[in-house]
Write a protein that binds this ligand. Sequence first.
Ligand SMILES: [Ca+2]
Ligand SMILES: [Ca+2]
Length: 195
Amino acid sequence: MKGKIIAIFCISLMLAAVFQLTVTAGDEENPEIEDGQDDITGPFSSLIPAALFEDIDIISAWFFENSNQPDYLSVSLKVSKLKRCLFPTLYMVNWTCGGVKYTLTYGIIGLGFLSTAMISTSATEFSTTIYSSFDTNQNIITFIVPKEMIGNPRQGAALTNTEALGIQALPIVTIIGWEDRAPNDGFGNDYTIQY
Ligand SMILES: [Ca+2]
Ligand SMILES: [Ca+2]
């Protein structure tokens, strides 16, 4: 009986250790970047119904990797309500690693029918198209980034200064627009490369 209790205790400890490992990487429950709802800034934003901006209202963003595909970094961005807006819309996630700033951008142009995802770096000012998914059921955009495009960060490297932006512009006067920065001040948590 005593041995059985010790065995159960050991299994519980092992499960706790595994759980601890799984929550060190970002996921929807443990996002590196968190933000409030209905906090859009821009012209007359306090007078305009929040529902009109729910597609750029960022809720959270998180980084993650898959041990089966260690050469890729994934980044997900969750908004209040994802839809293909008629107005030009940009979603961005920024971070810094090794002194270089990286920017993921998902852009919607052409009345919502043309969209693309890109990665760009402050090192080269060069943008490259990458794979992404646009999930209107989960309200999540996910970017899949080959690590060779982000300086091949090694296991244990920290992605710092994490932040996300949702930006919407009027189709003609693109300089006038609304945006949501996440978080509102400072930056989100760092992410540590797992593989
Ligand atoms: Ca928000
Ligand atoms: Ca915000």
